[in-house]
Design a protein around this ligand. Structure first.
Ligand SMILES: NC(=O)c1ccc[n+]([C@@H]2O[C@H](COP(=O)([O-])OP(=O)(O)OC[C@H]3O[C@@H](n4cnc5c(N)ncnc54)[C@H](O)[C@@H]3O)[C@@H](O)[C@H]2O)c1
Length: 269
């Protein structure tokens, strides 16, 4: 008897940004193991070289700071020339988690430039490449902090809420064009981004999760791979939490800055 559910098929080639570390790196390794050709982009040249050296499979790598308009335009031009049917927009930065009033303007702008502005331009370039083919799947990296406010992560939250709006609106525009656009919204995942926090902060973060642990990159990769594959062929505009239950609870028990630390702040430009 023929199986009622056909096996999931991944796109034959996928563009991954933020490929040198964490969730992006784990995504690239998984896709290569599945026989997918990967176009990997990151600003971290050493991290990319290590990835290419250590992973088998067909991989083209591009060193690119996605916050730089000319560099990212060049990347999207070269990626289109190689051709791809799927994209994962993973490049992101946490900035410097602290109270909004304690932040410097340069760091705030950097978070918005990398997490939101670069994702807007990436998504536009990817749609321009995929819509004429009437086929493709794009996955953006949002965050639980894009779904919920979080002290000390205010601009990061805003950037990821922007990614969610971008995902939903673009999904509607592309819905009849054969291209699906979705997002994953991870909770705390054990990557270099998270490990830049102190041990104590990491323990507090895990305690906010209903499952009482931080997630592993491969647990996000499974969701990304499903959204890339035709197994999710009727899913677009979705924002899939991969967060040990955080999005389901009423509050994330946020770590509030003390009023004492706020009152000692110098005005910042
Ligand atoms: N780790 C978590 O807890 C977590 C939770 C929610 C969402 N996310 C999101 O997932 C994505 C991946 O995060 P991660 O935890 O793997 O982080 P990570 O720091 O391990 O990896 C991020 C990668 O993005 C690259 N990158 C940063 N700025 C760039 C730029 N301007 N141009 C090109 N590349 C750039 C970095 O070099 C790095 O390789 C990010 O968008 C992040 O916001 C992570």
């Amino acid at each position: 008897m023929a199986p009622q559910t056909p096996p999931a098929t991944l796109p034959s080639s996928v563009l991954v940004t933020g490929a040198a570390s964490g969730i992006g790196r784990a995504t690239v390794v998984h896709l290569l193991q599945c026989g997918v050709r990967v176009i990997a982009a990151d600003r971290d040249a050493d991290g990319l070289s290590t990835l290419v050296r250590e992973s088998g499979g067909e991989i083209a790598s591009f060193v690119c700071d996605l916050a730089q308009p000319a560099a990212r335009a060049q990347l999207f031009h070269e990626a289109a020339a190689l051709g791809y049917e799927g994209a994962v927009n993973c490049a992101g930065t946490e900035g410097r988690p602290d109270a909004l009033v304690a932040q410097d303007a340069e760091t705030l702008d950097r978070v918005l430039d990398v997490n939101l502005r670069a994702t807007v331009h990436a998504l536009r370039a990817q749609l321009l490449h995929l819509l004429p083919k009437r086929r493709g799947s794009i996955v953006n990296l949002a965050s639980i902090y894009g779904l919920r406010g979080q002290p000390r992560w205010v601009v990061y939250s805003a950037s990821k809420a922007g990614v969610i709006g971008l995902t939903q609106g673009a999904a509607l525009e592309a819905a009849q064009g054969g291209v699906r656009v979705n997002a994953v919204a991870p909770g705390p995942i054990d990557t270099p981004l998270l490990r830049r926090a102190t041990h104590e902060q990491l323990q507090r973060t895990a305690a906010m999760v209903p499952m009482k642990r931080n997630g592993q990159p491969h647990e996000v990769v499974q969701a990304i791979a499903w959204l890339l594959s035709d197994a999710s062929g009727y899913v677009t505009g979705a924002v899939l939490p991969v967060d040990g239950g955080m999005a389901a609870q009423a509050a994330t028990q946020p770590e509030l800055p003390s009023t004492e630390s706020l009152s000692t702040l110098e005005p910042s430009t």
